[in-house]
Design a protein around this ligand. Sequence first.
Ligand code: ZN
Ligand code: ZN
Length: 451
Amino acid sequence: MTTVQLYCALPVRACNSYRMASHIPALPQSFTPGTDSVFSDQSGFYSLDSNVPGLSKVILDKLNMKDYGEYRAAVGGKLQGISFRNYKEMFQKMEETFKFCASCNKLPEHLAEGQALKRCVKCLNVYYCTKECQRVDWPQHKRACKTLRLVAVDRLVEWLIFTGDLPFPTGTWSKTATEVRNWEDWFAMQGDLTPRLDAILSSPNMAAIWKNASRSKPDDSELRQSVWRIQSEFLSRVLSVGVAVKHFGLDPYVKPLTIHLVGASYNETMGARLTDCDELTHMFPEHQGMEVVMVGPEVVDGPILRPPLRAFGPRKQVYISAHKGLYHQFWEDVVEEEEAAKPDLVVGFHPGFHANRGLLEGWLPTLLLLRDYNIPSFFTMYSEMELQSSLHILTELEMHIRDSGQNPFTSQKPEQVQSCPNKPPVYCNSHYISFQGLLPRKELEEPRPEN
Ligand SMILES: [Zn+2]
Ligand SMILES: [Zn+2]
């Protein structure tokens, strides 16, 4: 694996102290990605060949955008000149990013005069330049076609998160956090979700999607499932934080907890509301107060962008704040200045540092900081493959790995590997690694016998 080879060139013990490590430049401007990977100027890019969803250069070229930041600003309607004028145009542009031949990778501009890409009628997700290309691809595509149909519906319905129709409210928990081990247990407490799902199905924004998208509206049962999948992705993040709290034996009934979400992305902070982590209060009712601080260079402006608490938050409430910047910088500028409480736990969703060298370099100061300050840390991954690559890197860093495996609160929404749609889909937060501190040295465990 290139990632690991590149990494091994770094002297691990030489940057034993986080202070030294912070001199390693983050995401150098000169970094040139290979032809098989994605630009990594911004941490939002992931290598598509690492089976992680993301935006490829092809997609950005299509949208006439130079980088991920520009794309995000446009989706958020904040970029003058490039902003989408209306939903129809936005959905069209999004769809155009999927328009390449899934078999030979031809783009529309590579086609002969009068030739057009045709969409697979079953999934309405992948395109082909010719019947022959479709025929050649079918043995691979037939395994993915059904799931890709769900993905195509979800990427439109997902817009309801940004309009505020989703997430729908969830009920208080009738069981303890220890008793609720997985989705099945969670569902058992929620009762019938249908009325809540149906309220979203009949919302004006749902109607607007199908008026503007270039496809017909799926039937209600398909839409209900899609709404649930999107809600599950949202809940998966909060529930994963709860899993991490339990993993490290932190007790929110004994003392207030400060949780830092490191590498918080555009997805998590765009349109974020102060109530977004309330599921933690359902999970630990009567807790002593929890604070969630989202930190990352992609944090989006909004109500949660407010200073963190210096000490304890209000009891029985989750206080969310956010800070735009790299985590090690936040630590130096804010935590060390005692303007923010030290974290009891740090959680990262899909850090992606396994994907390429640029991302790893960006993450390195943070990883070493977490290690050297002995902070309980919990990171999630998209797949078993990402888990293995990430474990390899963390082991090279001599992190003390506590546990790793499948997350019982995996998102139910399949994510397509956009440039290779026939690859098996991945799922948000499907795996996790928990780690804390430096791996104990063998010689410390086995002291020499005294004479
Ligand atoms: Zn083709
Ligand atoms: Zn298909």
